[in-house]
Design a protein around this ligand. Structure first.
Ligand code: EPS
Length: 392
């Protein structure tokens, strides 16, 4: 079973991920993982941290000569910024009688709660006096590790022709025109530093980001994630926790700042008639086909062979120069919320992370359906299923 854990703080030494359940024989390409990490760093409106970091993944185990062995894969991404945080983020106890140490730690202490962040509930739950302990792990920096894991998932999927991409369809109040040509959308999104395929909308989005930055404010938005060439029947209708749409929603919702997930026409389906919602079925050239994809590739919690279309909406980042009213955790007095270096808009990056999370769910479902311990075994299972379903 494909599963993973991540560890690491935003300004700690590194981020780690351990992935379990990758069968043997898959090409695990470090350059590809690094290129996915680089894609996550791009995005107009991102903050100063992205100028410090050049994320790359060290593969510490589970891969030999570029190929998975079946053993757990351990990935490590170093935080370059760590060298500026060795004292305030020290793992070992620090001598607080040393005035330099004390000053370094106190300068990074946070007590003014940020509304919208994990600060309040996290400090209460884990009984922290210094909100730094919450921020360090709740930070979206952790998504670098998920992106690396997602890249490994993509290495599995691409062996079977399954590929995916994301593009930004809204930032703040600006909406992009959606082009039905998926190849064109993908190429244009990859060329855009906002990952938006509509050039006119991209310019307007940049203006809106500049304005928000000037005002000390932040912006959210929506991305669309599309995966193609999926076999029919990943996921299942038989139990609530085997439904693939439910798994995708959980995975996407778990990304920092994501507030809504939709599949296909999503919330629009609530207002549409059944006759305008469901994708009619035809049989042409020995194939079941659809002429629309309002379902977004999932019916009854299973892939139906059409492209998987997922949309994720991200709220504006809660770390703002234009700080909101809040309260100091220690003194209980009213203050403006804490501000430290952050992004004005990270929607483009969120798209790359959402691709990674979708790839992880799909790889897990794929390995569950066609499972085996080696690529050869999985290929046989996959081919047998294909032959069997062709006889239908
Ligand atoms: C991020 C790293 C962070 C933030 C951002 C995402 O770096 P730093 O805190 O050092 O500036 O830029 O995190 C948040 C927006 C957040 O709210 O946690 C990254 O690597 O993506």
């Amino acid at each position: 079973m494909f599963r993973f854990l991540t560890a690491g703080e935003s300004h700690g030494k590194c981020l780690n991920a351990i992935i379990e359940g990758i069968p043997s024989g898959f090409n695990i390409d470090k350059n590809f993982i690094d290129s996915e990490l680089a894609r996550r760093q791009i995005g107009y409106g991102r903050g100063g941290r992205m100028q410090i970091e050049t994320d790359t993944a060290e593969i510490n185990s589970g891969v030999r000569f570029g190929v998975s062995t079946g053993a757990p894969i351990c990935l490590e991404i170093k935080n370059r910024d760590w060298e500026n945080w060795t004292v305030p983020m020290s793992v070992k106890p620090v001598d607080m009688n040393d005035l330099d140490n004390r000053a370094a730690i106190e300068s990074k202490e946070i007590t003014k709660l940020r509304p919208g962040h994990a600060d309040f509930a996290g400090a209460v739950k884990y009984h922290h006096q210094d909100i730094r302990n919450v921020l360090e792990r709740s930070s979206a920096r952790e998504t670098a590790a998920r992106t690396a894991v997602g890249a490994v998932a993509k290495c599995i999927l691409k062996e079977f022709g399954i590929t995916g991409f994301s593009h930004v369809i809204q930032i703040g109040s600006i909406k992009a025109q959606i082009n039905k040509d998926l190849n064109m959308t993908k190429s244009l999104a990859e060329l855009s530093d906002l990952r938006c395929a509509d050039k006119d909308a991209e310019e307007k989005m940049k203006t809106e980001i500049d304005k928000a930055k000037q005002d000390g404010d932040t912006l959210g938005g929506t991305i669309e994630i599309i995966f193609e060439n999926l076999p029919v029947g990943l996921g299942s209708y038989v139990h609530w926790d085997r439904r693939l749409d439910g798994k995708i929603a959980q995975a996407i919702m778990s990304i920092q700042a994501v507030k809504a997930v939709e599949i296909g026409i999503g919330a629009q389906a609530a207002g549409a008639k059944g006759s305008d919602t469901h994708d009619e079925i035809f049989y042409e050239n020995n194939k079941f086909i659809r002429k629309s994809n309002n379902a977004g590739g999932i019916e009854g919690g299973m892939t139906n062979g059409e492209a998987l279309v997922v949309r994720a909406s991200m709220k504006a980042i809660p770390t703002m120069k234009k700080a909101l009213n809040s309260v100091d955790l220690k003194t209980k007095q009213s203050y403006s919320a804490h501000f430290e270096r952050s992004d004005t808009c990270a929607v483009a990056a969120c798209g790359v992370v959402a691709e990674a999370m979708t790839a992880i769910v799909l790889a897990e479902a794929f390995l569950e359906k066609f499972g085996g311990d080696s690529i050869e075994e999985i290929r046989n299972n996959f081919e047998n299923y294909r032959k069997l379903t062709q006889k239908l």
